[in-house]
Design a protein around this ligand. Structure first.
Ligand code: GDP
Length: 471
């Protein structure tokens, strides 16, 4: 009733819209914020939260341009299994750190930093797109640049392609490291050729992607890889304000027998200091110590720095936000809000788009986007489907194929769908049991077909908003 009065329409109109959004409500019923947002935007209004109702960490993120300073790029290494991701990460950490500081006393805290002629790069120590996409599914984007590792004696493999698709869906920069060039069977040119099919075209062939030939074993090419990473970072101008209270993200967390709850934080903006009051997910406390990836105690940590923190009262979860605040009381309050926010987010996560109701965004005038992940039994049928899909035209709707490939529907497909709000379409393929279980947990719509005509017809109907829901 209150909504109807505020936007000056009949109560029955609001109830009708709610039914359209699959909610039955009476005129006295209280609705949650996200539903209110969706309903009023159905009527063409742009909803805004009042200051006191919004949570501090969602407040305006607008920074004064003058306060923004360059920060180190954050890099994740991806690629097919056995192509050398772990070896590369280890080699970079060993050669770049051991030479300068206490010989080889590195500790695994989930990320590390290296310094090349005074400039830093932060590497996330968990390689692969699974961890990367799981973080994204929780709403956390930590990576600026993906280094795609491809073994020169092997070639582009299924997980190479998956990694490209996951990185592209996240909108991050991709660089290619052609690894194992020390091997007799290495054919770097073949890899470059293969990758052009996925839109990764080397600069020397007129494209925009940086390719570097390396050996994670001998160390050859690693300096060049790091220099190129810095060059790309300079071009992209990654910046953050180091002078505010810190914001960060939990990469890892555990309960340590002697030290209590320990979390590795990647500082995203501001500077985290010893003595700061913080809320970390549902935990709160005061920073007792900051320890870097070399086991060294720090007084403070600026943007892009990974640090272990001590002093919080519980173990948070990976993907949780850290927020530094002015007082203990504020930290506790914020932790409570974060817990509620988390619950709400979990509810929202269950409300994933389905083929019959895929509307993205809340504003009516927006172009709607139907995001699909397509799996088929053969390359031939895949191409036939893609060609037919390209012919579907509907005003104000775009079809965005996030990834397409042959083979069964995997957990990785479901994670990508979850992180990107997409729907999974299978043609003559089925989801694995684990994928099916994950899809039901994450609320992902999977549709499978045996006839191309049916598939295309459903999608044509869906973009016109005519597809009945599947129960
Ligand atoms: P990951 O699964 O991608 O993390 O791959 P690993 O780092 O575990 O490497 C797989 C195997 O390839 C290991 O036996 C490594 O020693 C080997 N390897 C990795 N990089 C190189 C390289 O540059 N040259 C050679 N010859 N072997 C390598």
């Amino acid at each position: 009733r209150e909504i109807a009065q505020k936007i000056n329409v009949k109560e029955s109109e609001v109830i009708k819209k709610l039914i359209k959004l699959k909610t039955l409500a009476t005129i006295n019923q209280a609705l949650n914020i996200s539903l209110i947002e969706r309903v009023v935007s159905e009527f063409g209004y742009e909803p805004k939260l009042k200051e006191e109702e919004s949570l501090t960490f969602e407040e305006s993120e607008i920074e004064n341009e003058a306060d923004l300073k360059p920060r180190p790029p954050i890099v994740t290494v991806m690629g097919h299994v056995d192509h050398g991701k772990t070896t590369l990460l280890d080699k970079i950490q060993k050669t770049k750190i051991a030479s300068k500081e206490f010989r080889g006393i590195t500790q695994k805290i989930g990320a590390y930093q290296v310094e090349i002629s005074g400039k830093k790069i932060t590497f996330i120590d968990t390689p692969g797109h699974e961890a990367f996409t799981a973080m994204r599914a929780r709403g956390a984007n930590v990576t600026d640049i993906v280094i795609l590792v491809v073994a020169a004696d092997d070639g582009v493999k299924p997980q190479t392609i998956e990694a490209i698709q996951h990185a592209k869906a996240a909108g991050v920069q991709i660089m290619v490291a052609i690894n194992k060039i020390d091997k007799p069977g290495a054919q770097p040119e073949k890899i470059m050729q293969q990758l052009t099919e996925y839109g990764l075209i080397p600069e020397e062939w007129g494209g925009k992607t940086i390719f570097v030939k390396v050996s994670a074993k001998t160390g050859e090419g690693i300096d060049e890889l790091l220099e190129m990473t810095l060059l790309l970072a300079e071009l992209m101008e990654y910046k953050a304000n180091p002078k505010t209270l810190a914001r960060g993200l939990v990469l890892e967390a555990k309960l340590d027998k002697n030290r209590g709850p320990v979390a590795t934080i990647l500082v995203q903006k501001g500077t985290l200091k010893v003595g700061d009051f913080v809320c970390v997910g549902a935990a709160s406390g005061r920073i007792r110590a900051l320890i870097n990836d070399r086991g060294k105690r720090l007084k403070e940590a600026g943007p892009s720095t990974p640090v272990e923190i001590l002093g919080i009262n519980m173990v948070p979860e990976a993907g949780d936000n850290l927020i530094a605040v002015k007082s203990d009381k504020e930290a506790k309050l914020m932790a409570e809000k974060m817990l509620n926010k988390k619950k709400e987010l979990q509810m929202q996560r269950m409300k994933k788009p389905t083929l019959s109701c895929f509307v993205q965004g809340t504003n009516l005038s927006e172009v709607k986007e139907l995001r699909l992940i397509l799996k088929a039994d053969s390359q031939g049928s895949l191409e036939a489907i893609l060609t037919s899909l390209a012919k579907i035209k509907e005003e104000n709707v775009t079809i965005n194929i996030l990834s397409s490939g042959t083979g069964g529907i995997s957990e990785s497909d479901v994670m990508l769908a979850s992180a990107s709000q997409a729907i999974i379409i299978g043609f003559n393929v089925r989801p694995s049991n684990t994928a099916l279980k994950l899809a039901s947990e994450e609320g992902i719509d999977i549709r499978t077909y045996r006839v191309i005509y049916d598939l295309i017809e459903d999608i044509s109907k869906a973009v016109k908003g005519l597809l009945p829901p599947k129960y």
